[in-house]
Write a protein that binds this ligand. Sequence first.
Ligand SMILES: Cc1ncc(COP(=O)(O)O)c(C=O)c1O
Length: 396
Amino acid sequence: MENTKKIHPADRIATLPKYVFAQLAELKQEAIERGVDVIDISIGNPDGATPRPVVDMATKAIQDPANHGYPNFRGKIELRQAIADWMKKRYNVEIDPRNEVQTLIGEKEGLANIALAYTNPGDINIIPDPYYPVLCRGTLIAGGNPYFVQLKEENKFLIDLSDIPSDVAKKAKMFFINYPNNPTGAIAPKSFLEDVVQFCKEYGILLVSDLAYGEVCFGDYRPYSIFNIDGAKDIAMEFHSFTKTFNMAGWRCGFAIGKEEFINNLYAMKSNMDYGTSTIVQDACIEALNMPMCHVQGIMDIYHGRREVMARGFTELGFYAPRSDATMYFWIKIPSKFKSSMEFTKYVLDKTGVIVTPGSAFGSLSDDHFRVSLVQPNYRIEEVFKRFKEAGIRYE
Ligand SMILES: Cc1ncc(COP(=O)(O)O)c(C=O)c1O
């Protein structure tokens, strides 16, 4: 007799919002199949090649049978040492490579796992809105309750701590911040970070700082590490990515730093779930961290040049598109005739073949914005604006 019992996935699958970037990928594929010359300025997927020394090192590492087995769970000590040296060189922060570093299979993985390591079902985690999706999704997967704090333009997209009621703060377990910020491009002054550290200390909250854009900055501006703030080590962890700094999105590598106790709990999650970052990739990461900084500067100079073209193009069409000192993004209001950011996104794709990211990808409070990334060469960015003009797309 055939069993008719239906096999249901866990409730968390039903409650997880659809990943908007996956939806965009489907829309893109459909357009390509229709023969559209698509220009994708949605996802922050760097278009440049990984620097040559890194590729050469990986090519060498893959030949070595010693790299063909399971990696070290925490990351090889040579990589953890290179990470500690990098933190000293770039941020003047001291990290113990043995106990205060965990390598990641991309920062996204680490951000999800740290939420799982610290969130019990029903726990409250404070999350800015708009947010990079995993900053919220980790909490949802763990059965926790996100408490969203809106990032407002009038506050330069910095979290207003007075928007967090004290009964929420008293109960909160984790607080996620991300400056330089995706998607708004906002940067955090030291005084803001000091206030957040003070707040988390006062209420006993684990502060998770996502520094994915630590190197994506222009002119004289340099972001702070959270560990530049006195006392942060007691309550904070910081997550880094190789993706944007070294054009290594596809290699899947990042790292978390913080005091031993926090790192050990992240390690407890990870060592039960994965085997760590491929040793071949780890060797490439060591090379990336140790190579001359001109390689990183070259990548950032390209974004800097594109930022001008993007800012001019949108401004000419009536959009308010201020240049940010960091990140590869512009966060722009949709024209008022559109009811939602997804409606605007679909309209733009249909009329011009250009893909932007709807604000709704970053939270329910952001449906009146869209985000564009500096991931196309200048001539393609110029083409975006030519098509917008032809299609009559402007801010009104
Ligand atoms: C704010 C933020 N954090 C983390 C990540 C994830 O980085 P990774 O590619 O290392 O997983 C990204 C990627 O776009 C990001 O924008």
